[in-house]
Ligand binder design. Sequence first.
Ligand code: GH3
Ligand code: MG
Ligand code: MG
Ligand code: MG
Ligand code: MG
Length: 314
Amino acid sequence: YITKENKQAYQYLKNQLTRLPRNESVKVLVVEDSRHSRMYICSLLKRHKYQILEASDGVEGLEVLRQNPDISVIIVDNEMPKMNGEELCAEIRRLYSNEDKVIIGVSGSDTPHLSARFLKSGANDYLRKPFNAEEFYCRLSLNVDMLDHIATIRLQANTDYLTKLPNRRYFFEQANREQKLHTVKKLKSNLAMIDIDHFKRINDNYGHDVGDDVLSSFAMLFEKFFPGQLAARMGGEEFAVYFTDNTAEQNLEKLELFRQYIEFNSASFSAHQVAFTVSIGFISALEPKIDELLKLADRKLYVAKDNGRNQIAH
Ligand code: GH3
Ligand code: MG
Ligand code: MG
Ligand code: MG
Ligand code: MG
């Protein structure tokens, strides 16, 4: 028994599976030694507007992958010269995560357990040749859906919902990475904590919605003032910038420009002409731990607050 809702959902799913406009942005690599079979798979892919790359053995396949890091699906035949499908799967998995690339094994052989062997080597799916075109499209689409979902979840996990800036979690992950690189090169890490002054008053005087609006328009300035640097919303009205380049002096100059810009322009870029200022704590140190560095910057921030706000302490 199919309800109207189910029918609609089913139709939607069917459309998703068969006529996806997104296919045009999906790059599929076909690694198959048989020219005939490769042409057949490519013709199916072409009919659904996938972007297609081809290789006639595993070695060539790996080279095409290396040159095209944005390939998201790899279709792998089993019996091939130089390297069989299972070996190729294992090698692809050694190099690329299954969160970024899908592998679909295909084979005309009736060797028992070949599908299990493919899956154990890192393939996500398996099709026995000759396969049905509809089944091919469905499996391909479902696997691309999975990659899409992972990408969406990953983006959401790293982004602050209100300001769309990287969030605290992403900041820690990336700053740790950057800091290791700095430490290896014996370079100091430069970090700024930026806190809006008397933000509570903005909420109290204008309401929480206006407060939110101030936060999001404020966040949009980071890209302009600190391009290429790691800026994040750490929580509430607190933001951090980990500087991936330049000297402490140059970074302090940029922060001072930013502070002045806020002081003299905040009323014009935020809703309800709310004027505000920021206090900044800056630290430049040979410190291998990001949480320690944050504590040091935070201490400086308190100095800036204590000294009357609207200033940088370093
Ligand atoms: P100070 O100059 O000492 O930093 O004072 P302050 O008022 O900015 O700092 P305090 O820590 O006392 O208050 C921060 C306020 O920020 C309190 C909280 O309600 C508000 N806040 C935190 N997150 C959000 C948010 O997402 N939206 C809005 N509208 N307000 C927020
Ligand atoms: Mg073959
Ligand atoms: Mg504050
Ligand atoms: Mg506070
Ligand atoms: Mg605060």
